[in-house]
Design a binder for this molecule. Structure first.
Ligand SMILES: Cc1cc2nc3c(=O)[nH]c(=O)nc-3n(C[C@H](O)[C@H](O)[C@H](O)COP(=O)(O)OP(=O)(O)OC[C@H]3O[C@@H](n4cnc5c(N)ncnc54)[C@H](O)[C@@H]3O)c2cc1C
Length: 467
């Protein structure tokens, strides 16, 4: 995917939208093909018009135009949705990448963030003040889509999901009106924005609570050979069930990259990485990991004091844009030994070397937020699995998709039955409903009926309006 900041905007003609001050692209115009790209290389959609907004007024103008001429709408935050819903064939793509305002208030520990920011941009600005909020694990991911889908990251056990730190949001409604959503202003909308995705309006600005983190944390990677999968996964499970909230980890089933730090005989082979982000006092981090590392000394230990922003980029290289992707995700109440044995049988034998299958721990601050406080559906799960199938060749589509589905199916007996929308591909309406549970889904459908009765915002993990 071309970095759109390098796209030649100078040749773009002026906007056909009344009152719009941003730039637009139509098919065939210079820059159009760069701008319509999304993270998932399987997605090749051609909007009739792409409108790069620079303000909430631009977003209102774009929404009103779409309604007036009857164009389907998509919203482009960071373009990382694996279903590629940021772009829509023949419709209006409301592109927020021109909205990158950033205002950190170190005194109040808050940040006011434009909806077009990436996590790399937000993290860098907040870290200048030694502050952070739970954010995406790959720095090119959009703040907006991730936060609206709840937002899982290395800091979640310490500070909750991104959406648990949302203080208020500026929103353009399906009529083009501009409203504030907060605990005191449109609280119903505020509830729905925290986990309900982009269903209820277009957020133009987020105000997020920040926490002291770093700038140096203990982070990095431990690596084990795949032959130790059973012992490592059990020890990691036991570690995380008892770990302090400041310990964020991911157990990543990956293929060892051809990098200098990897011993030659292991390169290209399946390995297990433990990704570490300890956000407590750096000197205490090793002790927090000791139950795992003392019992099972890693083959490679690259955990060390490092900038938090570097931890936030640890898996960037393994997630290049433009590859073909099929993802799914599940929550687990626990991971008994039988579940682990089932999991590692396929997770240690990936079809593609780009695939990563990642287990992350839950609970901590996530579980301390009352279940009914936000739209997000599952707060008490002990673990999550992110099944991230990634490959390069279209000829391998079927094999890779089948492999991810097969592993996810094998693990069904241990799942909570809910799903994590941020990691879900196209798995049908029932799966979306299941991710919230019947009661919340019904409440979300009522909310949709209130805020978007015509389902203008439907190119997303869609919640249809109540009948
Ligand atoms: C490499 C990679 C790593 C990831 N890592 C994580 C992770 O660590 N944690 C996690 O929780 N998720 C993660 N995700 C999933 C990610 O959070 C979701 O795909 C999210 O939707 C991406 O947001 P975006 O703005 O980049 O995407 P987009 O594709 O632009 O948007 C996704 C959805 O959000 C809607 N949307 C976007 N912006 C707005 C807005 N301002 N107002 C209203 N609706 C909007 C869009 O319409 C669309 O439906 C990752 C995805 C990728 C590809």
């Amino acid at each position: 995917m071309t970095d759109i900041s390098t796209a030649d905007l100078s040749v773009v003609r002026t906007s056909p939208l009344a009152g719009f001050t941003g730039v637009t692209w139509e098919p065939g115009e210079p820059g159009y093909d760069e701008v319509r790209h999304v993270f998932n290389g399987m997605v090749d959609r051609r909007p009739a018009l792409i409108a790069r907004c620079t303000s909430a007024d631009d977003v209102s103008a774009a929404v009103r135009h779409a309604v007036a001429v009857g164009l389907p709408v998509s919203v482009y935050g960071g373009g990382h949705s694996v279903t590629g819903v940021a772009v829509v064939d023949g419709g209006l793509c409301i592109d927020l990448r021109g909205m990158k305002s950033l205002d950190v208030d170190p005194g109040n520990r808050t940040v006011r963030a434009g909806a077009g920011l990436t996590w790399g941009e937000l993290d860098a600005a907040c870290q200048e003040h030694g502050l952070a909020v739970t954010g995406g694990r790959v720095s090119s991911t959009g703040v907006a889509g991730l936060a609206l889908g709840s937002g899982s990251g290395w800091l979640e056990r310490a500070f909750g999901f991104t959406c648990d730190n949302l203080l208020s949001a500026e929103v353009v409604t399906a009529e083009g009106r501009q409203v504030t959503a907060s605990p005191t202003s449109n609280p119903d909308l505020f509830w729905g924005l925290r986990g309900g995705g982009g269903n209820f309006g277009i957020v133009t600005e987020f105000v997020l609570r920040l926490h002291p983190v770093g700038p140096i944390v203990l982070g990095g990677l431990l690596m084990y050979p795949a032959q130790q999968a059973q012992a490592v996964t059990r020890a990691w499970r036991d570690l995380m069930l008892a770990a302090p909230d400041a310990l964020g980890t991911g157990l990543a089933f990956i293929t060892a990259p051809p990098a200098d730090f990897v011993p030659e005989p292991v390169r290209g082979l399946p390995v297990i990485g433990v990704i570490v982000c300890w956000s407590g006092p750096v000197e205490d981090g090793r002790a927090a990991l000791a139950p795992l590392t003392d019992a099972l000394p890693p083959a490679i230990d690259m955990v060390q004091p490092m900038p938090y922003v570097a931890v936030q980029q640890l898996i960037d290289a393994g997630n290049p844009p433009g590859m073909r992707n099929y993802w799914s995700g599940d929550f687990f109440e626990g991971l008994p030994d039988e579940a682990i044995d089932t999991f590692i049988a396929k997770a240690t034998a990936p079809v593609s070397p780009l695939t990563s299958i990642i287990l992350t721990p839950g609970r901590g601050a996530i579980a301390r937020v009352p279940e009914d406080a936000t739209a997000f559906g599952t707060r008490d799960a002990a673990f999550q699995a992110h099944y991230l199938g990634m490959w390069a060749d279209p000829a391998d589509d079927e094999r890779n998709i089948a492999a991810i589905r097969s592993l996810a199916t094998d693990m069904k007996p241990w799942t909570t039955g809910t799903a994590y929308l941020n990691f879900l591909g196209d798995e049908g309406q029932q799966r979306i409903a299941d991710s919230f549970g019947a009661e919340k889904y019904a409440r979300l459908r009522e909310l949709k009926q209130t805020w978007d009765p015509t389902n203008l915002f439907r190119h997303n993990q869609n919640i249809p309006p109540a009948d």
